[in-house]
Design a protein around this ligand. Structure first.
Ligand SMILES: [Zn+2]
Length: 391
């Protein structure tokens, strides 16, 4: 067969396999020639790292294809391949999308083809159920140290606890699994295999950060928490919508990153780490702080929330990439992004939140958060007053 014919056949096959077999990215340009799968360039890099005994990677356009290899591609393909390699994926398992964290994608591919966790007869779900204790590095609350801690997850007791020492009788802290959220945290920790655990109590958020040298440990733990929530919340029914599950088991932040902000009395710009978590907007002095410097629930137009490019009053200088979050309360938030693109992304995300009507639950959460932040402010100003008074 001529080179030209082979290229035409590959092109034709690609039209039936137009998304990556592993992450769903469109227009895959690479292949696992030994497994007969069409994959994207990023997934191809992970396949290559598995070694040729697991997956032989080839470029659809740049490599030469023998008739034999071409036949294998024709006989297999993505649908047939996934019917084998992803036959028994547990309901709790989050399958990666092209924009998801690298560690999630890598462990999905390793679980599929290297560890064969999802083939017929494999017992991945049982693995997550049994999974109860793990040792992770946990970031210290008040400093930048990372310390080994024992974490115990019990779906039966709806609890996630951690112990300072493994022989300790009492945990340092215990949460209800159904009340925590877990997200991958590389952007905040600069560590690839890391997670942020968020717990909202009495209207305020507490952040915890953990990491492991092993990507498998961190992804397994993430899935174990999802599995515990799945069972506790009663979503372990066949036919449940997987997109909905992805939202209720673990929730990714809508936006996060550094923005400049001015205070209520026209103070100089201050750099803060902002997180938009559903309706909740938090700003922290540093990305890994345990508590936010400020947090609020963003309401809708109905409650008097609005967004404006630039600044509302003549009070602040209209710097580049500014925008104002208008609230029904005494203060508006004047914020400044680093680039036009960042401003666009923040404004788009916030606009969507404001356009969505609030539920009764949102309103309750807003009240709780308002009261809690007011209490903290009072405490801080009292402390400030005392200091001024003494010295
Ligand atoms: Zn891919």
């Amino acid at each position: 067969m001529s080179e030209k014919n082979r290229a035409a056949i590959l092109e034709h096959m690609k039209s039936r396999n137009n998304t990556c077999a592993d992450c769903g990215a469109s227009n895959p340009e690479w292949a696992s020639a030994s497994k007969g799968l069409f994959i994207c360039i990023t997934c191809s890099g992970i396949h290559r790292n598995l070694g040729a005994q697991v997956s032989v990677v080839k470029s659809l356009r740049l490599d030469t294809w023998t008739d034999e290899k071409l036949k294998l591609m024709e006989e297999h393909g993505n649908d047939k391949g996934n019917a084998i390699w992803a036959r028994n994926v547990p309901l709790c398992y989050r399958r990666p999308k092209p924009t998801d964290p690298h560690v999630l994608r890598e462990q999905w591919i390793r679980a599929k083809y290297e560890r064969k966790e999802f083939i017929d007869g494999a017992t991945a779900t049982k693995l997550f159920n049994r999974f109860t204790t793990r040792i992770f590095e946990k970031k210290g609350k008040d400093d930048n140290s990372w310390n080994l801690r024992l974490f115990v997850l019990s779906a039966e007791e709806n609890s996630l606890a951690y112990f300072i020492k493994d022989q300790d009788r009492e945990p340092k802290c215990t949460f209800n699994v159904t009340e925590i959220n877990v997200t991958f945290a590389e952007e905040r920790t600069s560590k690839e295999n890391s997670l942020q655990i968020t717990y909202v109590s009495e209207g305020l958020t507490r952040n915890y950060f953990v990491y492991s040298d092993s990507g498998k440990e961190i992804v397994d733990w993430y899935m174990a928490i999802r599995n515990a929530k799945l069972n506790l919340l009663g979503y372990n029914k066949p036919g449940i919508n997987s997109e909905k599950l992805d939202r209720v088991l673990t929730r990714d932040f809508i936006m996060e990153g550094f923005l400049d902000k001015t205070g209520p009395r026209d103070e100089p710009w201050q750099k803060r780490w902002f997180t938009l978590d559903g309706r909740r907007l938090l700003y922290l002095e540093k990305p890994m702080d345990p508590h936010a410097k400020g947090e609020l629930i963003i309401g809708s137009h109905m409650e008097g929330f609005a967004l404006q490019e630039g600044v509302k009053s003549g009070k602040h200088q209209d710097d580049d990439y500014c925008f104002t979050l208008i609230t029904p309360w005494k203060r508006d938030f004047v914020l400044k992004a680093n680039t036009e693109n960042e401003r666009r992304m923040w404004m788009d995300s916030l606009s969507k939140v404001i356009a969505r009507p609030m539920t009764d639950e949102d309103k309750e959460e807003m009240k709780l958060t308002r009261e809690a932040t007011k209490k903290i402010k009072k405490k801080t100003s009292l402390r400030y007053f005392r200091r001024v008074f003494i010295y």
